[in-house]
Design a protein around this ligand. Structure first.
Ligand SMILES: Cc1ncc(COP(=O)(O)O)c(C=O)c1O
Length: 420
């Protein structure tokens, strides 16, 4: 408890942690008597409130009941096969395997891929990747961290490595900064050093996709993820993505070669033992894919427009955010990490609900809050947010370019810890 005392104190005292949500109306949520605009949702495409998706669910329940309670090895409704085929086509990879969550996949697949070999993990990889690597370590793999966004450091480590097999594990769109790595460079290293690049696409899938001259915005089209967005192939690359964010469904998948799928069907414990996703989630994923085909690019253009309004406002105010991609995750670090409580309270009182990034979830110099912009956030909510950002800037110390220069020149900032 001592190691997480700051977070425990905030959890007890702060209305935006461990909150009980009493009512939801689109991206407005009610906690007690307070209605707030929700910028903590990752339902990027807004499918959680899409009438076509909602109305389709009872039809699936009539056919399949609420829940297939076989583990996947025992048997799966044909919906699984159909979803896997559709995802394979959308991603343009060789095959796809569905499991309930990304966490299940990291914990079970990373150890299988790594065996007694070596894992090279990005220094800011998501905590669930870190945990998957720790399990792999317990099974005999060696884990080394390369500096975040530093392929040269990765190459040094790969060059010195004598173990096989080799896995390079990284986030796609980073869940804090909103930025993506250069997967072309990582994939090149994977091929040159006989490694497998393993990319967590929790936040990219559904939001960014392949580029086309007629794309409505620079997120690309179809939402088929970072590998397609950067024009890369799946040679020596597997991706793991979830539908619990952009597709509002409790379901995740790994895009992989069929040969590896066969291995995982007998070696990955969640395929063998875990309860599967509920039918309602299979249904919302299925109809979500229909909606993606019909209206997904329009929704992505909306996310893009609204995100850029927020980023432009931050630019106007000179407030620092690490987001350089324009993707819809916008973190705003504070100058003093002790201010997190009062800043959070101010946001709450002004009707803005955010993800609090408190220590030790993030290093002290990154303590602040994170906003996600979804297609379902109304323009009035975005405008309220922009107004409140101005008020925050007047009342509290946020990080500005001059503050960052000072910190770098002075005490210096430590290497970031593993992400939350
Ligand atoms: C980058 C990343 N990976 C994995 C997860 C966990 O996903 P799941 O809920 O599917 O286990 C999250 C959730 O926040 C995430 O942001």
């Amino acid at each position: 408890m001592a190691s997480v005392a700051d977070l425990d104190r905030l959890k007890r005292s702060h209305p935006m942690l461990d909150a009980v949500i009493d009512e939801v109306d689109g991206r407005r949520i009610r906690i007690g008597d307070n209605w707030l605009a929700d910028f903590a949702s990752c339902n990027y495409l807004g499918l959680d409130w899409d009438r076509e998706v909602i109305e389709a669910v009872p039809g699936f329940l009539d056919v399949w009941g609420t829940h297939p309670s076989w583990s996947r090895l025992l048997g799966s409704p044909v919906l699984y096969e159909q979803l896997e085929e559709r995802l394979t086509e959308l991603l343009g990879c060789e095959d796809t395997l569905l499991l309930p969550t990304i966490t299940h996949i990291h914990m079970s697949v990373i150890p299988v891929l790594a065996g007694n070999g070596a894992i090279f993990m990005d220094g800011r990889a998501h905590k669930t990747i870190f945990d998957g690597c720790s399990i792999a370590q317990g099974h005999g793999a060696t884990v080394q961290r390369f500096r975040h966004d530093d392929p040269e450091h990765l190459e040094e480590l790969l060059r010195a490595c004598t173990l096989t097999p080799r896995v390079i594990a990284t986030d796609g769109v980073n869940s804090m900064t909103g930025n993506a790595p250069d997967v072309r460079e990582l994939a090149r290293l994977a091929r040159e050093y006989d490694a497998l690049l393993y990319v967590d696409e929790a936040h990219g899938f559904g939001v960014i996709g392949e580029r086309r001259p007629d794309e409505p915005c620079d997120y690309g089209v179809r939402g088929n993820g970072l590998i397609r967005h950067q024009g890369e192939t799946y040679e020596n690359v597997v991706i793991v993505a979830g539908m619990s964010k952009a597709y509002s469904s409790l379901l995740a998948f790994i895009g992989l070669p069929s040969r590896l799928k066969d291995v995982l069907k007998v070696a990955a414990p969640p395929y063998l033992f875990s309860g599967p996703s509920p039918v309602a989630s299979l249904a919302t994923a299925w109809v979500g894919l229909d909606v993606n085909e019909k209206r997904g690019d329009r929704y992505r253009a909306e996310i893009h427009r609204k995100t850029h309004r927020v980023l432009d406002r931050l630019g106007e105010l000179g407030i620092y955010t690490p987001n350089r991609s324009g993707f819809p995750i916008v973190e705003i670090p504070l100058a003093n990490h002790e201010d997190i409580d009062v800043v959070g309270r101010y946001l709450y009182d002004r009707g803005i609900y955010v993800t609090m990034a408190a220590y030790p979830l993030v290093p002290k110099n990154e303590v602040g809050f994170r906003l996600q912009v979804t297609a379902a956030n109304h323009d009035e909510e975005i405008e309220l947010l922009c107004e409140v950002l101005g008020e925050l800037d007047e009342r509290f110390d946020l990080q500005h370019a001059d503050h960052r220069q000072l910190m770098r020149a002075g005490a210096g900032w430590p290497e970031p810890a593993t992400g939350p």
